[in-house]
Write a protein that binds this ligand. Structure first.
Ligand code: EPU
Length: 435
């Protein structure tokens, strides 16, 4: 992995070429956690080489699991005795600690995990996880340091999520698979990465059914075995590079991310005027002239995903006309736009819901809608990467700037994007590392 903390990026004209898409960031760590439920080792192939995998591997080792990460193959062996305490040194690094609660309760009965971290894109509470774990029979105490949980025996329950949360759905799948009896989960997240976890658990021997209307039904079993799964392509990485190609008036062809993971993204870009060539293995996006604007509201799957929003807004700065974005999943996911404004982009932020129906944040003061005027020149600048997706957006912004930029905090990119320096360089972006 790249060890530089800063990059200097020169505007380099159209980005053109092929990008091999890696396995999905938001599935790999969940399959690693699920592996703790089995009686033998599990293998995950096509894993992305990203910081989040290394952090999760260390976290699993800290509770006694054997973990090997060899290129894109991750093997997790929970056979040795596990213990229930995840050290506080893992506090605030990613979203994995809360997902460990269910599996460790099954294996150890008593658990303490540190405060959950991840990108600062909203308040990101864990109340849905806690309520679901309680319904499944866990005794939970939330402390300043994290969460303590106990359970003599976990049982099935009927759980309805107030919002289709990816993480809380995963908590229920991971906990209910070995619980006694039936769990019905309503208003569940059905993101492809969640389904990927459900498929992995099914390979391990879990009985999981996905019904229409966002409902999972899980019949608890008494044991699970190790499994082997190859991860599907990362649809966030795929969209990010397609947007980078279009924003620079180039053309990127992605390899290794199935079309069905990108349906809404492709339709959105097509409406803006992008042309697609799609085969079973590849998806290429290009444009004949200037793209047109769009009005987009982020949504849980199958809607336009929140993680596609940052590259899309940079693309909005390069099209003809006014575009509008309404972020409805995380209340504070537009703060990265300050740097684009400093570059000269004309973007106004609003606390109202500007596209589609009112969202959960309509009465608050969160600036969660943006109006973007396309076509304004953006000067290169110095930027601090704020989070994984904002970080990628800054690289695209630097690529379309009128002068070189320096971006700090490359670790954000490396936590979520596999070999991002190499992939951007191969598309023709002139980047140099600053050590
Ligand atoms: N929420 C609650 N209470 C909870 C859980 C969630 O109020 O207990 C709220 C959140 O605050 C948010 C909404 O529900 O407003 C959705 O959150 P969700 O639980 O779905 O998000 P997550 O599981 O924390 C994952 C991804 C995110 C991705 C979201 C939405 C991982 C590691 N992270 O987060 O990915 O944006 O789902 O699809 O899987 C990223 O990769 O950059 C990233 C942030």
């Amino acid at each position: 992995m790249n060890s530089a903390t800063m990059w200097r990026i020169e505007p380099s004209g159209p980005l053109v070429g092929d990008v091999e898409i890696s396995g999905s960031k938001n599935a790999v760590t969940k399959l690693m956690v699920a592996s703790l439920l089995a009686e033998g080792p599990s293998t995950v192939d096509n894993a992305p080489r990203i910081g989040d995998v290394d952090i999760t591997a260390d976290m699993l080792r800290s509770v006694g699991a054997g973990v090997s990460v060899d290129g894109s193959t991750v093997i997790v062996d929970p056979a040795a005795g596990l213990e229930g305490k995840v050290p506080v040194t893992y506090s605030g690094l990613n979203r994995v600690p809360i997902l460990l609660v269910g599996p460790l309760l099954h294996r150890v009965g008593e658990v303490s995990v540190p405060v959950v971290g991840g990108d600062r894109i909203g308040t990101r509470p864990i109340n849905f996880h806690v309520e679901a774990l309680r319904a499944l029979g866990a005794e939970i105490r939330v402390t300043d340091e994290g969460l303590e949980a106990k359970a003599a025996r976990l049982h099935g329950a009927r759980v309805r999520l107030p919002f289709p949360s990816v993480g809380a759905t995963e908590t229920v799948l991971l906990t209910a698979s070995l619980a006694e009896g039936r769990t019905v989960l309503e208003n569940a997240a059905i993101e492809p990465e969640v389904v990927e976890l459900a498929l992995f658990l099914q390979r391990m021997g879990a009985r999981i059914e996905l019904r229409p209307d966002r409902q999972f039904v899980i019949e608890g079993v008494s044991r699970l075995r190790g499994a082997h799964q190859r991860l599907g392509g990362d649809r966030i990485e795929a969209f990010s590079y397609l947007a980078a190609g279009l924003a620079t008036r180039g053309s990127v062809r992605i390899i290794g991310c199935a079309q069905d993971r990108l349906v809404t993204a492709i339709t959105t870009l097509q409406r803006m005027g992008a042309r697609f060539e799609i085969t079973d293995e590849t998806i290429a996006a290009s444009a004949d002239g200037l793209l047109g604007p769009a009005a987009v509201s982020t949504r849980p799957h199958p809607g336009f995903m929140t993680d596609w929003q940052a590259p899309l807004v940079v693309l909005f700065t390069q099209v003809a006309g006014m575009s509008v974005l309404h972020e409805t999943v995380f209340e504070d996911r537009l703060s990265y736009l300050a740097a684009l404004r400093a570059m000269g982009a004309q973007i106004e932020l609003f606390d109202q819901c500007l596209v589609g129906e009112a969202c959960r944040f309509h009465q608050g003061e969160w600036l969660h809608s943006a109006v973007v005027r396309g076509g304004c020149p953006m000067e290169g600048t110095e930027m601090d990467m704020p989070d994984i997706r904002g970080a990628f957006a800054y690289v695209i912004a630097a690529a379309v700037g009128t002068s070189p930029s320096v971006v700090h905090g490359v670790r954000y990119l490396e936590r979520g994007y596999d070999r991002v320096f190499e992939k951007f360089s191969s598309l023709g972006l002139r980047i140099s590392e600053i050590h």
